[in-house]
Design a protein around this ligand. Structure first.
Ligand code: FRU
Length: 283
């Protein structure tokens, strides 16, 4: 009897050893997305594609649909679910998001801030294209193509988010000395908001160029203006950023130009995996 029990014990031990040997360590990466437009859907596809190369990693993503409070709640849920690493694309540069991401970081969860900034340096690394530089590129293009003294309608992204502020500043710095009249409205990054605010303007005869901080808002502006006056829509130059939904619009002539803002979801996950493996990552 004792011998049988001992053999059973050894067998059970072997089975459990075999199980742990074949089952790779599991890591959970939590992704908090502030919105779900085409640009973000593409980043998610890139992230998921990158993760499939690592069977030991799963991605848990939550989308806040442009709602800061909802995003804070979702980041809290990801922390409570025990994610091993957090990737956050913050809706705004605001205290509530800064606090929750810093809290995760202080708890020892490597935290990647991506695309939009927070108000602290309590994170592992920040990844983004240079938004000031993109604004400057737009401003240089406009300076080379638009007569001095013309009127520009700027449709800003959410003014409390860093890419909107930086794109605006780069653009303003680059058009210095051209005597342009710049009218700015906040489109919150959301085409429906931009549509409503452009509609409120009502008369478009004195607008020569529309610069929207993303293609979605710029196309919405084109649609509103063409509804009231196709002549104005044809005369006004429309310029956007992202070069995703904007590509077709440039080809069919609704947009004059779109500037690339690379999504880079694969790069974000590659960096996250380096952090998970304890490799050095530039902050
Ligand atoms: C997508 C988006 C992009 C823009 C980026 C800035 O949600 O609005 O269109 O380039 O966010 O953070």
């Amino acid at each position: 009897m004792k011998l049988r029990l001992a053999i059973l014990g050894i067998l059970l031990l072997c089975c459990s050893c075999a199980e742990t040997e074949h089952k790779p360590a599991q890591y959970k990466i939590g992704v908090s997305q502030c919105a779900n437009d085409m640009w973000r859907q593409i980043t998610m596809i890139q992230m998921e594609a990158e993760v499939t190369k690592h069977p030991d990693i799963t991605l848990i993503s939550k989308i806040a649909y442009n709602n800061t409070q909802e995003q804070v709640k979702q980041i809290r849920e990801l922390i409570d679910e025990g994610v091993n690493l957090l990737i956050v694309s913050p809706n705004e540069q605001i205290e509530s998001i800064t606090e929750i991401t810093a809290e995760a970081y202080r708890k020892g969860i490597p935290t990647v801030i991506w695309d939009r900034k927070i108000d602290s340096d309590e994170y592992s690394t920040f990844i983004s294209a240079d938004n000031y530089e993109i604004g400057t590129a737009v401003g240089r293009y406009i300076s080379a193509n638009l007569a001095p003294g013309s009127t520009i309608l700027e449709i800003s992204g959410l003014e409390s988010s860093s890419p909107a502020r930086e794109r605006h500043q780069g653009f303003i710095d680059a058009i210095q000395g051209k005597g342009y009249i710049v009218r700015s409205i906040d489109g919150n990054w959301i085409p429906d908001v931009a549509r409503a605010r452009v509609e409120d303007i009502g008369l478009f005869e004195d607008i020569d160029l529309v610069f929207g901080h993303n293609d979605d808002m710029t196309i919405a502006a084109y649609e509103v203006i063409s509804k009231y006056s196709q002549e104005d829509a044809d005369r006004i130059k429309f310029i956007g950023i992202d070069a995703i939904v904007g590509i077709d619009a440039v080809i069919d002539g609704r947009l004059d130009a779109s500037f690339l803002y690379p999504p880079g979801g694969d790069f974000v996950v590659k960096t996250a995996i380096k952090l998970l493996k304890g490799e050095q990552v530039e902050k």
